[in-house]
Ligand binder design. Structure first.
Ligand code: NAD
Length: 251
């Protein structure tokens, strides 16, 4: 299959990002995967899986909260693969779990730096490149159910995921002129290392109760949505943060 274009997925060494990267490769995109250098081995394994699917690929370690690193990452994608057509700003971290009155300024700043600033930087440098290319593009970010409905005990995380929705709407208004769509996904509970780390003892059981299916989602559920958002067929959808939560919450 000839290439549908070049996609960059952040936080792709595991969980939802890994699944999105593999799905986009199956869809015919060449895929660059990013994660922290501390997760390099897993990241390299994802790049190898993309290779096996017959698609051009590379892996690039960078911290999405650092502007120079995001700028250099987008430059790497274009130098190695010729363009950037789909940006998936997936990387994110959980905040400290506990009452708001116990959240420190440092904890708040770190969560916002990765989950909100990191997505902003990805949108910014991907947008600059896509505008320069002059043939449109797809920008997709990670919000959350916690970005639709405030989540007690995860104050900083909730605030960061609401920020992604606002950013997505504003960016969609600006980038629409260039035929670049900007959307986000808002997952409910998805079975990944992040969900398990949230509450290793009861997390999955509690999360299952929220859905009428009485189960949590799998990363491939999110990858299916991203696959559609990245496709030509989604051209009239922009500025949306799409809930994908097994019926746990209705907009
Ligand atoms: P995960 O923790 O399993 O994977 C996240 C990946 O991001 C990790 O590989 C991690 O190393 C990487 N990462 C963290 N900080 C980074 C940084 N500064 N720069 C680059 N990479 C970084 O999480 P996941 O469950 O796969 O979640 C993916 C996204 O979906 C996140 O934004 C998360 O907030 C969001 N989300 C997840 C769930 C869920 O239930 N799993 C629900 C709602 C939203």
């Amino acid at each position: 299959m000839c290439s549908k274009g070049v996609a960059l997925v952040t936080g792709a060494a595991q969980g939802i990002g890994r699944s999105i990267a593999l799905r986009l490769a199956d869809d015919g995109f060449d895929v660059v995967v990013n994660d922290l250098s501390s997760n390099r081995d897993n990241l390299k394994a994802v790049a190898d899986e993309i290779q096996k699917r017959g698609r051009a690929n590379s892996h690039y370690t960078a911290d999405v909260s650092q502007e120079e690193q995001v700028k250099a990452m987008v430059e790497h994608v274009v130098e190695q693969h010729g363009s950037l057509d789909v940006m998936v700003a997936n990387a994110g971290i959980l905040g400290p779990t506990g009452p708001l009155v116990e959240v420190s300024t440092e904890q708040w700043d770190r969560v916002l730096a990765v989950n909100a600033r990191g997505v902003f930087l990805c949108y910014k440098y991907a947008g600059m490149q896509m505008i320069k290319q002059g043939r449109g593009g797809r920008i997709i970010g990670a919000s959350s159910l916690a970005g639709k409905k405030g989540y007690g005990t995860q104050t900083a995380y909730s605030a960061s995921k609401f920020a992604v929705r606002g950013l997505t709407q504003a960016a969609a208004l600006e980038f629409g002129l260039y035929n670049i769509t900007v959307n986000a996904y808002a997952p409910g509970s998805i079975n990944t290392p992040m969900l398990v780390s949230f509450d290793p003892s009861e997390g999955l059981d509690m999360a299952k109760e929220l859905s009428p299916f009485k189960q949590v989602g799998v990363p491939e559920d999110i990858a299916s949505l991203v696959s559609f958002l990245a496709s030509k067929e989604s051209q009239f959808i922009t500025g949306q943060t799409i809930s994908i939560n097994g019926g746990a919450f209705f907009d």
